[in-house]
Ligand binder design. Structure first.
Ligand code: CP
Length: 308
C-alpha cells in the first residue's frame, strides 16, 4: 500500500481495486447496531481544513471514529493560522501531538504534497485548490461500481466547470486507470486546452451536452465554482443552465440504466435542476454515504490496519 494519498495518479489499478473492495467490507459496519471496528485504536487522525467543507470533513471524522482512531479536528478559522502561522509550522505542531495521519484541505494546489515532505505520518489530500480530490474520485468510482457492477468499459461524461474542478481531475485519472472512458463536456472557456490528453490519453472533449447524453452510463455534473471565477466564463447563469444544465427533458434522453452524479454542494437550478437531483437516477445522497466507507478504507490501508 502507498504511504500517502495525494493524487488519483497515486493509485494503480490493483491498489484502487483494493481500496474499493476494502470499502465494500467497511460498508457492512454501517449496517450494524454498533458501527465501530477496533482497527485503528491508539492511532491519531488530524483533519486539517483550511477551506470550507461539509461532506469531506464530516465523513473523514466519521470514518476515523468508526475505526476507533483518536480524531483531532483543526479548522484554520479560529486557529493561530489567523496570526500568520505557516502551513509547515502548523503541520509540525500537529506532528508533535502524535498525528499518524493528516487529512488536509487547502486552497493552494500542491499544499498536501508539501505537507507530505514535512510530517512523518500519512497525508491524505482532501481537496487542494483546483488540483485534486482523490477520495472523492474513489467514492464516485465505488458508487458507480456498486450501482452498475463494473467500471471497465463504462462511459462517463463529466460536465461543467472542469477548469476549476479538482473532482474532475482526480476522476479522469482514476476512472481511466480502472478502464472507464471519460468525456469532458462544457463550454470551451471552462475546459482547459490539452487537459484531456495531459491527464489520460483516450479522454475526449465535447462542447455539446445533448450529443453526449444518449451514449453514457454515467453523467457527473460539476458545481459551477463562482467563487473561483475572477472573470466572466459564460454570458449568464441562465444561458449556462440552458446549454449545460441537466434538467428533466435532458435526463430522459439518457439510457435507462444511466446514473446522475454530483459531488456536492450543488447549485440547484444551475448545473442541475431539483427534478433531476431528487430523481431515482440520482446517486447524490448515496455518494455521501459511500464516502464514509471509502474513507474508512483509505485510513485503514494507509495506517496499516491490515498488517496489525
Ligand atoms: N464533495 C465535496 O468535497 O464536498 P465538501 O466541499 O462539502 O467537502
Amino acid at each position: 500500500m502507498i504511504r500517502h494519498l495525494l493524487s488519483g495518479a497515486d493509485l494503480d489499478a490493483g491498489t484502487a481495486t483494493l481500496v474499493l473492495d476494502t470499502a465494500a467490507e467497511m460498508a457492512t459496519v454501517a449496517g450494524r447496531e454498533v458501527k465501530k471496528l477496533p482497527a485503528l485504536r491508539g492511532r491519531t487522525v488530524v483533519n486539517l481544513f483550511y477551506e470550507d467543507s461539509t461532506r469531506t470533513r464530516i465523513s473523514f471524522e466519521a470514518a476515523a471514529k468508526r475505526l476507533s482512531a483518536d480524531v483531532i479536528n483543526f479548522s484554520a478559522k479560529g486557529s493561530s493560522v489567523a496570526k500568520g502561522e505557516s502551513l509547515k509550522d502548523t503541520a509540525l505542531t500537529l506532528q508533535a501531538m502524535g498525528a499518524d495521519a493528516v487529512v488536509v484541505r487547502h486552497p493552494a494546489s500542491g499544499a498536501p504534497h508539501r505537507l507530505a515532505e514535512w510530517v512523518d505520518g500519512s497525508v491524505v489530500n482532501a481537496g487542494d485548490g483546483t488540483h485534486e480530490h482523490p477520495t472523492q474520485a474513489l467514492l464516485d468510482a465505488y458508487t458507480m461500481r456498486s450501482r452498475l457492477g463494473r467500471l471497465d468499459g463504462l462511459h462517463v461524461a463529466i460536465v461543467g466547470d472542469v477548469l476549476h474542478s479538482r473532482v474532475a481531475r482526480s476522476n479522469v485519472l482514476l476512472l481511466s486507470t480502472l478502464g472507464a472512458k471519460v468525456t469532458l463536456v462544457g463550454p470551451p472557456t471552462l475546459i482547459p486546452v490539452d487537459i484531456a490528453a495531459a491527464l489520460a490519453p483516450g479522454t475526449d472533449v465535447c462542447y455539446d451536452l445533448d450529443a453526449v447524453l444518449p451514449d453514457v452510463d454515467v453523467v457527473m455534473m460539476l458545481r459551477v465554482q463562482r467563487e473561483r471565477m475572477g472573470d466572466s466564463y459564460f454570458p449568464s447563469a441562465r444561458e449556462y443552465a440552458r446549454r449545460y444544465g441537466l434538467d428533466g427533458p435532458r435526463m430522459r434522453r439518457l439510457p435507462g440504466h444511466a446514473l446522475v452524479m454530483h459531488p456536492g454542494p450543488m447549485n440547484r437550478g444551475m448545473e442541475i435542476t431539483p427534478e433531476v437531483a431528487d430523481s431515482p437516477r440520482s446517486t447524490i445522497v448515496e455518494q455521501v454515504a459511500n464516502g464514509v466507507s471509502v474513507r474508512m478504507a483509505v485510513l485503514y490501508l494507509l495506517l496499516g490496519g491490515n498488517n496489525r
